[in-house]
Design a protein around this ligand. Structure first.
Ligand SMILES: Nc1ncnc2c1ncn2[C@@H]1O[C@H](COP(=O)(O)OP(=O)(O)OP(=O)(O)O)[C@@H](O)[C@H]1O
Length: 402
């Protein structure tokens, strides 16, 4: 197990693309770190820099305190599984797993014992005699992982390893991969653009945007306490609504004017100097109540709960202000209740303009076209300034009465 430090890491490709821009990141020995971000944000480039497949333009990759940026891949003790982790089709599982050791000239006895050992760890002992064509997607995945681990690397790098796997078994595989990595006991950096994968697998996750680190922390912390509007929007299920509001500060009170409704906010230092400022507000899911009223535009029945999208007449944040370059698909018009165990939302989806999501325990008698009241409490609101940085409204009360 190795501790990894990335120090002011920067990678500019020959065509001028800045893929990684001043990245500082610490990965503790034995930690499972997930790099998360939209396509093109530089995740794979970071992994390739760790593996030694790319050389940094500036900055340093450090393993256990030792700079390794100039070391070739073979000297870094790194195991990798990339998106197209093709197994060799004419070799058995055992031969596939043992392949890296055969190439490095390992003795047959040692090769065999090591293959047996890693096959036990990855639960593929029963598959050793099979050809890859006779394995399920999940089994191929485990074999690829075994092959990456057979040489006892100090660091495991996984780049969207499940992208070729059926969506249906991906959730199960997440748990399997996580458990296998834990059994083996190895530092791991895992790249994905799938927030569910990141949230369920990471010890900590690092959110990247255009090569710049946005936030790093435990999934629970980053989800609940995002530093930027980009992070809030990227880690949202259901997708957050983003809308505009104005702050009003008087000696007595602080209010947030949503247009159709005013919410009293705590009198805290974070808001003191912001009278008249327009802010971006993010909300994930609200409860029924009587603060806002609107018409239900969409209903998702998830079995255990019901999500209703309510057009509450809020002023949507322009995409430019939100800092999101995520593809925003036009919302499909939904004229009926959608049933399903998982929301049909994709990472980066946003609620359509002016709509908020209301979460209700199932069963809930709500239909498209109904009018619904919505509660809004200050705790539901994530506020961001014009640059997209979070305004933490519960920090530092202005006085003891607040
Ligand atoms: N060899 C290269 N030459 C020039 N530009 C490159 C090269 N490799 C990557 N890039 C660019 O660097 C940026 C980051 O790419 P990278 O593959 O690291 O992103 P990513 O977040 O892993 O995306 P994805 O999820 O699509 O794999 C992109 O703009 C990409 O086009």
């Amino acid at each position: 197990m190795v501790a990894v430090s990335l120090r002011a890491l920067r990678k500019v490709f020959d065509d001028g693309v800045v893929a990684v821009d001043g990245l500082d990141l610490e990965v503790a020995a034995g930690e499972f770190m997930v790099l998360l971000g939209p396509t093109g944000c530089g995740k794979s480039t970071v992994l390739r820099l760790l593996a030694g497949l790319e050389t940094p333009t500036s900055g340093e990759v450090v393993f256990d305190g030792v700079p390794v940026s100039r070391l070739p891949p073979a000297q870094r003790e790194v195991g990798m599984v990339f998106q197209n982790h093709a197994l060799y089709p004419h070799l058995t599982v055992a031969q596939n797993i043992g392949f890296p050791l055969r190439v490095s000239g390992e003795s047959p006895a040692r090769l065999q014992s090591r293959v047996a050992e890693v096959a036990r760890e990855l639960h593929v002992v029963d598959l050793l005699g099979r050809l890859p064509a006779h394995l399920s997607g999940g089994e191929q995945q485990r074999v690829a992982l075994a092959r990456a681990l057979v040489a006892r690397p100090a660091l495991l790098l996984l780049d969207e390893p499940m992208s070729n796997v059926d969506a249906a078994i991906r959730a199960e595989l997440r748990g399997e991969i996580r458990a296998a990595v834990r059994r083996v006991g190895i530092t791991c950096v895992y790249v994905t653009h799938d927030q569910a994968e990141a949230m369920s697998m990471a010890d900590r996750l690092a959110v990247l945007r255009r090569g710049v680190l946005q936030q790093v922390g435990t999934p629970a912390r980053v989800y609940a306490d995002p530093d930027t509007v980009f992070v809030a929007a990227f880690l949202g299920s259901p997708p957050p609504s983003l809308f505009e509001a104005a702050v009003s500060v008087t000696p007595e009170r602080v209010d947030l004017d949503l247009g159709s409704h005013v919410v009293a906010l705590p009198r805290t230092a974070a808001l003191a100097g912001r009278h008249g400022e327009r802010v971006t507000v993010g909300v994930r899911a609200l409860r029924p109540g009587d603060a806002l009223r609107g018409v239900v535009r969409r209903v998702d029945n998830l079995g255990h709960e019901v999500l209703a999208r309510v057009d509450a007449g809020l002023v949507p944040t322009p995409l430019a202000t939100s800092g999101l370059e995520l593809p925003s698909r036009p919302p499909a018009p939904v004229t009926h209740t959608e049933y399903g165990f998982y929301p049909s939302y994709q990472p980066g989806d946003r609620a359509p303009a002016g709509e908020v999501t209301v979460r209700m325990p199932a069963p809930a008698r709500v239909r498209v076209g109904d009018e619904l009241g919505v509660a809004v409490a200050p705790e539901d609101l994530l506020l961001f300034d014009r640059s997209g940085r979070r305004i933490r409204i519960f920090d530092a009360p202005l006085d003891s009465q607040s």
